[in-house]
Design a protein around this ligand. Structure first.
Ligand code: NDP
Length: 255
């Protein structure tokens, strides 16, 4: 492994939802910080292209197709990491979907089911497989919640509820495994430029400007800005932090 002297030197880290947005940015940031990265998502071509790009730069990267809604896929992704790199030290459970803004009473069951299956069951599936692989040695996990996991935003009820559930899973797992050396935290990003938000912005004129106004900094985040915070939470430099939710939100929750 290339010695970058970074935050994650020699760690093996699994990233779900690595095919675009915050997950793809995390792949670059974690690799630069010295990690061997395992990239998981459903779109194989994006994953293999990204893994090849990282290897071309001298980093260690491997891709595994994984639908986080399926427990066996989550187990296979973790097994891929341990078989390819010998162990699992860290995981960023980032895969998630948004859904189009709509009043709660007009939303269909299928929207609720899809969002909960991916955002909650997905984290649940991954946590079980990852913690199993990290014991007894320990490790660090970061789940991607949202500012919507801490406060409400209108016309996104299932998403808000799902991201609150991610906070609950984070706290429950942190409590249960703290004494076995597994730290579990979450990040709560504010509006971040990615496929999810680009789609929303395209379909909802003026939404981007309104979201920018919601942050104290008056702008949306680049995906890398979220990934930087996650790298630190996965590193040994945050060794006394577990069960917490770190807003990465440009001051969204500050006003
Ligand atoms: P993207 O749409 O760019 O990324 C979502 C990722 O999740 C993709 O890589 C997608 O890959 C993957 N994914 C979706 N469903 C599944 C599944 N069933 N199994 C495996 N992978 C899946 O958006 P973001 O980068 O913005 O989203 C990443 C996370 O950040 C999400 O959890 C989102 O809720 C959260 N977040 C985003 C914010 C924002 O403003 N952008 C703000 C707060 C939180 P593929 O389709 O290849 O499977």
């Amino acid at each position: 492994m290339l010695d970058t002297g970074g935050l994650l030197q020699d760690k093996v880290v699994l990233i779900t939802g690595a095919s675009s947005g915050i997950g793809a940015a995390a792949a670059h940031v974690f690799a630069r910080e010295g990690a061997s990265v395992v990239l998981a998502a459903r779109r194989e071509e994006q994953l293999t292209t990204l893994a090849a790009e990282l290897r071309d730069k001298g980093f260690e990267a491997s891709a595994v197709v994984c639908d986080v809604t399926r427990a066996e896929d989550a187990r296979r992704a973790v097994a891929h990491a341990t078989e390819r790199f010998g162990r699992l030290d860290g995981a960023f459970n980032n895969a998630g979907i948004g859904g189009d803004p709509s009043p709660l009473h007009e939303m269909g069951d299928e929207v609720y089911d899809a969002i909960f299956d991916t955002n909650v069951r997905g984290v649940w599936n991954c946590l079980r497989a990852e913690i199993g692989a990290m014991l007894p040695g320990g490790g660090a996990i970061v789940n991607n919640s949202s500012v919507g996991g801490l406060v409400a935003i209108p016309t996104a009820a299932p998403y808000i509820a799902s991201k609150h559930a991610v906070v609950g899973l984070t706290r429950a797992a942190a409590e249960e495994y703290a004494r076995q050396g597994v730290r579990v935290n979450a990040v709560a990003p504010g509006p971040t430029r990615s496929e999810i938000t680009v789609g929303w912005f395209a379909r909802n004129p003026g939404l981007e400007e309104r979201m920018e106004e919601t942050t104290a900094q008056g702008r949306t985040a680049a995906p890398e800005e979220v990934a930087e915070a996650v790298a630190w939470l996965l590193s040994d430099r945050s060794s006394y932090i577990t069960g917490t939710v770190l807003p990465v939100d440009g001051g969204y929750l500050n006003h």
